[in-house]
Structures are given as C-alpha cells and as structure tokens.
Unconditional design. Sequence first.
Lengths: 306, 288
Amino acid sequence: MTAIARMRTGWSRANRRGDLSAAALALAPAIVLFALFNIYPLLYSGYLSVMEWDGFSPDKEYVGLGNYKALYESAMFRNALTVTFTYTVGTTLLGVAFSLLVAVLLNSGIRGQNIYRLVYFLPVVTSTVAAAVVWRYLMNPGSGYADVLLRDLGLTPPSPSWLRNPDWALRIVILVGVWKRLGFNIVIYLAGLQNIPKEYYEAATVDGAGSWDRFRRITVPLIAPITLLLVIMSIIDSFLIFDVVYVMTDGGPVGTTEVVGLLLYRQAFRYFNLGTASAMGWVIFAIVFAITLIQWKFFGAREAGL
Amino acid sequence: MSAVTARLEHGPGALLRRVPWSKLLIHLVLLSGAFVMVVPFLWMVTLSLKPLELTNQPPYLFPSTFEFANYSRAWDAAPFARYYLNSIVMTGGIVVGQVIFSSLAAYAFARLHFPGRDVLFMLFLGTMMVPFHVILIPSYLIVDRLGWIDSYTALIVPRMVSAFGIFLLRQYYQGIPRELDEAAMIDGASRLGIWWRIIVPLSGPGLATLGIFAFMFAWNDFLWPLVVTNDPDMRTVQLGLAMFQGRYGTQWTLLMAGTVTATLPTLLVFLLSQRWFIQSVAQSGLKG
C-alpha cells in the first residue's frame, strides 16, 4: 500500500512538467476568454466609473468619485434602488414561503408528486421575455384574463388598470418574479426535505406533537441552511432583474418599476453616460458582493462555491 | 345487502370520516397553485389559436377554435425563421463552446498539477460573483472595438466558457477513478489523450447536464443580444419577440403565436429530459 503510494507520488512528481504544458493547453481558451470578457471588463468599468465619457469622443475626463457622488444625490437612482429592494424583498419572501408550503405538501406522501413538480417547474424553463409578454396581456385592461376573472367573481379591477397603476405595477412584476422562480425553489426544498430522517417525525408524533408543531420544530430548523441558500440566490438574481420590466412596463408608470438594471441600461445605451452607468454597475456589485459575503459567513467559503 | 344496512346503521358520519379530508385539502391547495402556474400557458396557446375577430370572446382558457393560420401569419409578419436561425446558431455555438472549453479546463483543475492551480480556480469561481451589469458596458466596448457588432462572433464567443460549467465538471471528474488515467498513461497516452479517451467518454451525464443548462441559458438570454445587435437580421428569437410586441402589440393572436414559437424549444427539451433535469437542479442546489 505505502509502496504503491510512494511509487505514485514519485511518478506524478516526474510528470509535473508534462502536466504543466498540458494544463497550459487545456486552460488556454478559458483563460483567454475570462481575461478578455470578465477580468478586463471588470477593471475597465472601475476605470470608467471615475471618468466622464460619452463613448464617442476621444477624450475621457477624470472626475474622481464625482459619478458616485452624483448617484448618491440622484433622486432617480435612489428611486431605482428602492424599487429594486422592494422587488427583491417581495420576490424572495413570497417565493421562499410559498415554495416551502408547496414542497412540504408535496412531501406529505400524496399522489401525483411528479406531475405537480413538473407543472410548478414549467415557468422556470420559460424565457423571461415570453413570460413577460404573456403576463402583460393577462393583465391587459378589460379583456385580459385577470379582469375577466374578477368580473366573473363580481369584483372590480383597479383603475387605472394593473400595469398602468402606480400601486399595482410593481406588485404584478413581483408576482411574475415569484411565478417564475417558485418551481426552482420547490425542487431544491423537496430534495432537502427528503433528506430529513422520517424517525424524527415519528418520534415527535409519539410524543404527541401535532402537524404544525412538527413543521415548526423539526422541518423549519432542519431545512434552515437550504432556506438561507435559496434566500441568497433569490436576492442576487432578483437584484439583477431586467428582462421582465423591459418588456412589461419599461419602468413605468411614473418610475414605479424602474429597477437599477433598467436605469443602467438606459444611462449607457440611450443617454451614453458611460461613467455614470459604470458607477451604477459598481454600486450593484458592492451590494451583491456584500450579500455573497453573508453567504460565505454562513456556509464557509468552500461550500459556498456556487 | 347486509353491508348496505350496516353502513346505514353507522350513519353518514362514518362515511364522511372515511374520506381522507386532509389529503383532499392538500390537493385543493396544490391544484390552485398549479392553476396559477399554467394559466399563462393555457391563455397563450388558446389566444394563439383564435381567429382575430374573436380575440375578445370568452372562453379564455381552453382553445375552442384552431386557427393555425395565425402561426404562418406571425411568421410572415416578422422574420421569425431568421430569428430562429440566429438563435440556433448562437445557442449551438455557446453549448458546444461551454461543453468543450469547460471540460478541458475542468480536466486541468481536477487532474493536472501545476503552480497556482488553486488560486486560478478560485479566481475563475470568483467571476461568478461579478454581476453581468458591471461588465456589460466594457464588454460591449471590447466587442465594438473588435468589429464584432451584429455578428455571431459577438453573440457566441464571450459566452463560450462558464465558471459554473468548470465547477460542475471538476466535481464530476474528481469522481472518476485515477487508476484509469494511470493505466492509460502507462500505455503511452498523453495528458490530452487521456482527457479525450478516458475522461470525456466517462462523463456523458455531466457533459449533458452542462449542455442542457447552457442551452436553457442561451436560448432564453436577452440583455447581451439586445446590446450587441442592431441589425434586424441578427436578432434572436427573444429579441424578435420583444420587438414584435412593440410593433404588433395590438394583434394578440399573432403575438401569442410568436410567443408559443419562442417558448417551444426550451419547453420541449425540458419535457423530454424533465426527471433527470429536475434531479440535476436539486443536486446542484444541495451541493451549493
């Protein structure tokens, strides 16, 4: 055993040089692509964020932290951050709560678990653009399904209609976000629930615990690491929302759905304020990074690799 | 006869008690959730099959008319065939690139010894934390400088490698016994020969998982194609759909036919691979 191990280390040491050249070849495409389209752009956007530049003129003007300061003072950017936070919190809380409910019910040994799981997962693989288009028309004033359903139930839809209503537009966008994400959360929760030993529940039942007690005292604490994972994944994804608002509301009405992703896109590609837009990107990065650090703190850097 | 009387003697209460109410309640909750999940799909398909003049007529959720001509009309109104071609080329390029390049890189990280390996791996993983929004503008500027705007190169090349793919396959490769490599090396195989003859043939499920994830990502992607294409001939299906909505927004039946068309490929791939796909998602979550 030890002889073989020694042989093996000797063998691999003698082959290190072969390893190096093979590694250089195998990693070359990945390194070139990462350097050119990840690392360099990241540094370059840091540089742009302290410059004022329209993307065309040959000169960039150094403005220091001016762009960041302008963002800090900009009511539009603050509004975008508030909208994005609201969307993120709404989507994350509702998405996690509903998916836990559905996963627990699916895990209760009822029939058709696979069919339900399939149906709940469908929105996850649907393109956000297609989903946004359909939801936009579901919410169409008068003839959209939402209005038809409400009328059938004898209720009056809000006026102005959903996506034109400053109180409702963001709620609808959150609803679409939850709808799109629920299946993903459910699948991960279900896998976690199936890992909880049945004996815990049996023991608790013997001790006279009702189903609510079992849920509260066994399921919730044991599933907590998965909940944390899903919360953080959801926060990061939601913070970067773009497609849905671009298609459904374009930020309206009166900026109530104007998320930072949309504002950044507009600043960069419609108004050509590349410095301001880059600074926005870095603020988003800082926020997402802070959230990732929390994830690391809870999971340890190694397991949090994803 | 006697069974009936026996049941009657116990009264309706006994019968009611035998109905599993809690199960019914659970199904009721799950079904109402499932209803919300599928309403958009039903509505989309039903509308796409309605004659234009009946657009606003109930019933809404199940097709009662089958106007398949809407699909050909939508394809005439906008160059969906061209969008499809663009999406297929882009998706194909990204999937092939990610599978090959991630596999090569993962092999180096899982099997080869070289200085700085772990630092480089952490650096690659670290790029996953960088939000796309931050690198969007410089990436656009680079692609513009290279003269790639409105080309497949711009749509494909920057996304041909993924840190997630490298991470996924590295895990997978670490599960393949090293004895196989060593035996092949004694037989005179080179390092890349081992990758090609031993690792790749043994990692079918891992490569397929990455391939499907890459496919879903690429087919549904929106922001990057939006930024690097201006020419209508270079639009992908998702872009085409968003633009179509802008122009034909009032012609719901056509718009929904276009939406069904845009959604179909990912839904089909998902339905064909669903058990296994869902399992991969569940595992990736538990590992993460």
